[in-house]
Design a protein around this ligand. Structure first.
Ligand code: GLU
Ligand code: MG
Length: 448
């Protein structure tokens, strides 16, 4: 049966014609699954209207696809049934020669959001903030590793972290990236070669959470496509090579109410207002429950080590890069205003779900008036202040997530159970392998 939502009547033939004039032949609509892998259906550009109105059919098993070709069937998700990917035609971007893309939402055949649609989950978290009178901004950082076309190391010469040489050696790629990103409507704030060998980082201007999660997927697509034009591939694995620097997928969050920002202008530490302090407390409070959402893949624990600036310690601190939550104050050097960065997140996480968990935890902290723990202003490894232990091993992170009433409350029991099933498949498949083999097996798992 077809749905009766108002946009059914929208005529998208003019939009399809405009895209055709731009040389677009096919349109992709993607969803990112619980393993963090982005999958897509394509239509000829003339079928744009159908993609937006009825959507394109996918099996419910899309929600239990795993990082490799495995499927983690659950008692409720099997081979029967059908879902629809629907795109929002307002979000169309040109991502490659002849190809336009839009983020998709998973719907049932009546046009209702599917229970396992992670994008819908983020829209609901955003709505929960709006219901509390809060305006939310999120920014995303994408760290990734350049690879040779065969998936091995892109270069063997010595690397210079943030080196002018390491960037200029790749200037044709970076210029193409900036131009293609702009054409796709991305707002890059920075792009640079990072600390790790062949590592690159792109950061995105803050936007609403759903727009930012969409932009993260779009940026991964653009990065991967531009790299291919320059004979490179891109890895979004948390650790592409055993022992190498990890790739983070940090998210920044700021909140404001009718009186202004919650993270500045108050009389708490660093100018926090009471609700801002409670929001940070909320994010810290749920870390043990949600680490399986933020960094839950079989590769993730290899990154979560002291000294990696991956935020593997459950604490917060001003500009503290070893804290899970880095506080960034409102200063003239920070025109976006005060915000908190959740460094724990890695690119194997579904960005919609990570953003929903991050925002939901902050709102929960405000609702419950949680107390902000003492700040750790230095490297937590050298601090006398005790922090809560985090379940860093994948098995432990998934056990904590599976048992968490808070996670089920924030993300729904259905999403938590299915995420745990998909990730436990990874533990069973990769968990007992040596680290180097896990890295090799999953190096390209999250490439777009
Ligand atoms: N590469 C680090 C990570 O895995 C982050 C480095 C930085 O702070 O930019 O999260
Ligand atoms: Mg970085």
């Amino acid at each position: 049966m077809e749905d009766a939502s108002p946009d059914r009547t929208a005529d998208l033939s003019a939009e399809a014609g405009r895209l055709r004039d731009e040389g677009v032949a096919i349109v992709a609509g993607s969803v990112t699954d619980l393993a963090g892998v982005t999958r897509a259906k394509y239509v000829p550009v003339d079928r744009l209207g159908a993609f937006a109105r009825s959507g394109m059919g996918v099996s419910p098993s899309w929600s239990v696809f795993c990082v490799d070709s495995g499927i983690a069937f659950t008692p409720t998700i099997g081979v029967a049934g059908d879902l629809r990917i629907r795109i929002d035609p307002n979000d169309l971007r040109v991502v490659d020669a002849g190809v336009a893309w839009a983020p998709g939402s998973l719907n049932d055949q009546h046009g209702r959001p599917a229970p396992l649609c992670t994008r819908t989950q983020l829209v609901l978290a955003e709505q929960a903030a709006a219901d509390r009178g809060l305006d939310v901004r999120m920014g995303g950082e994408l760290e990734c590793t350049m690879l040779a076309a065969d998936g091995g190391p892109a270069s063997t010469e010595p690397w210079s972290p943030y080196g002018i040489r390491t960037s200029l050696d790749r200037s044709a790629f970076l210029v193409d990236l900036a131009t293609s990103g702009e054409r796709a409507g991305l707002r890059f704030e920075q792009l640079h070669t990072e600390y790790g060998h062949d590592q690159l980082e792109v950061s995105l201007a803050p936007d609403t959470p759903t727009a930012t999660a969409d932009a993260i997927i779009l940026a991964r697509i653009v990065l991967s496509r531009v790299a291919a034009r320059h004979g490179l591939r891109i890895s979004f694995s948390p650790v592409p090579f055993d022992g190498a620097a990890g790739n983070g997928a940090h998210l920044h969050l700021s909140l404001s109410d009718a009186d202004g920002p919650l993270l500045s202008g108050g009389d708490g530490p660093h100018g926090l207002r009471a609700a801002g302090a409670q929001a940070i407390a909320g994010v810290l409070d749920t870390l043990p429950d949600l680490i399986g959402v933020y960094a839950g893949s079989a590769v993730s624990p290899l990154r979560l080590k002291p000294g990696n600036w991956a935020g593997a310690t459950a604490c917060w601190g001003l500009e503290n890069r070893e804290a899970a939550v880095r506080f960034i104050a409102a200063t003239p050097g920070n025109p976006h205003g005060a915000n908190v960065e959740l460094k724990l997140i890695d690119p194997s996480a579904n960005p919609y779900l990570a953003a929903a968990a991050f925002l939901g935890s902050a709102l929960r902290g405000i609702d419950r008036h949680l107390d902000l723990p003492e700040e750790i202003p230095e490297n937590p490894a050298h601090s006398d202040i005790q922090t809560r232990a985090l379940p860093l091993a994948q098995r432990d992170a998934l056990d904590a997530l599976a048992a968490s009433e808070t996670a089920a409350e924030l993300l729904t029991p259905a999403i938590v159970d299915t995420l745990v099933a998909v990730r436990r498949y990874e533990t069973a498949t990769f968990g007992d392998l040596p680290a180097a083999q896990i890295c090799d097996a999953l190096r390209l798992a999250w490439t777009c």
